[in-house]
Design a protein around this ligand. Structure first.
Ligand code: PEP
Ligand code: MN
Length: 348
């Protein structure tokens, strides 16, 4: 909740309110403006009633954040979160539309470098590649672990691309942070609260994928765990949700979740058309739809030879296909501007 103090509230009044909140287990942030002081309080509201707060001297008003995801909510932070990387690349606020591309899994340096150069030449900002793979089957390829992290870093350094890779376990956060610029939480770990809390303590930006069957509220509450534990740099990734028909599409690409999240939250949102569809011919249509629906970026899988990919070959673009797709996506990017009223892009 937010406590708004009277114009003439004294420092003593403010301190008393803060002390009362802290005694009741709230985390507080005091914003002293020229005219008004506002106290931002996060905690269990049942422990301290609104009436008791209003009875304290100097308190003018108590406002409640409507949404259960308080830190992720636009009610609390109206301005978009914009994450700036050391090389100047930004993500968020619909300023630019970034592209993250690369193989599902890092397999070998030659294949990865071939993809990395194509990704760079197409104007993308990030190279992706899995090292620790969350696989449904224990018999499927599990990723090459630290060896793959080293190759990803090498490819990132050689091309100047920022790197993204998944972290599956709390104990690996430190290791993965040494190699990658952005840590990804996969759909299967989207409600692994221990991992989310630990990522809150880490300094690197986090791409949080939507859980396999997460509602939008559950998705935002998962982000809330990272924010609440201290890391403000969360990028939400719509990657499709499970439904009844997985025959022609692996998941259902929930395009509407993008403007919904833009309306509800200040956090950047990207779309992953590869996992959302599972079919390479559907990557372009869903990427474009996501962009027009207001996404701050896209994440696509590209492989140097999808037929022999160790994971997700069906949905991986070949390098020539990726180049063509990117030409058309870059054309689209030049013709659109974000409209804050409609939560989506105007086409110019
Ligand atoms: C991935 O990005 O390779 C991946 C496993 O994605 P998801 O968690 O969305 O299935
Ligand atoms: Mn994949």
């Amino acid at each position: 909740m937010i406590i708004i103090m009277e114009k003439g509230a004294t420092d003593e009044n403010i301190q008393k309110v803060c002390a009362r909140l802290e005694e009741n287990g709230f985390q507080i942030r005091v914003n002293k403006g020229e005219l008004l002081t506002v106290i931002d309080a996060l905690g269990d509201k049942s422990s301290l009633s609104e009436d008791r707060l209003l009875s304290l001297e100097g308190v003018k008003e108590v406002k409640h954040i409507r949404e259960p995801f308080r830190l992720a909510s636009r009610d609390r932070k109206e301005d978009d979160t914009i994450i700036t990387f050391p090389n100047g690349v930004t993500i968020g606020g619909n300023k630019t539309i970034v592209t993250i591309a690369g193989p599902c899994s890092v397999e070998n340096i030659d294949g990865l470098m071939e993809v990395a150069h194509a990704v760079k030449e197409a104007g993308c900002e990030f190279l992706r590649g899995g090292a620790f793979k969350p696989r449904t089957s224990p018999y499927a390829f599990q990723g090459y672990g630290e060896e793959a992290l080293k190759l990803l870093k090498q490819a990132g350094d050689e091309t100047g691309l920022l790197t993204v890779t998944e972290v599956m376990e709390t104990q690996d956060i430190e290791l993965v942070s040494q190699y990658a610029d952005v840590l990804q939480v996969g759909a299967r770990n989207a409600q692994n609260f221990k991992l989310l809390k630990a990522l809150g303590k880490c300094k690197k930006p986090v791409i949080l994928k939507r859980g396999l069957s997460s509602t939008i509220a559950e998705f935002l509450l998962a982000a809330e765990h990272i924010l609440y534990n201290g890391n403000p740099n969360v990028i939400l990734c719509e990657r499709g949700i499970r439904s009844f028909d997985s025959h022609y599409t692996r998941n259902v690409a929930d395009i509407a979740s993008i403007p919904v999240i833009k309306k509800l939250s200040h956090l950047p949102v990207i779309i992953d058309p590869s996992h959302a569809t599972g079919q390479r011919y559907l990557v372009e249509p869903v990427a474009k739809a996501g962009i027009v629906a207001g996404a701050d970026g896209i994440m696509m899988e590209v492989h140097h030879n999808p037929e022999i990919a160790l994971s997700d070959g069906n949905q991986s673009l070949s390098i020539p296909m990726f180049k063509d797709v990117m030409t058309r996506i870059n054309n689209l990017k030049n013709r659109i501007t974000y409209n804050k009223q409609t939560f989506c892009m105007d086409i110019n």
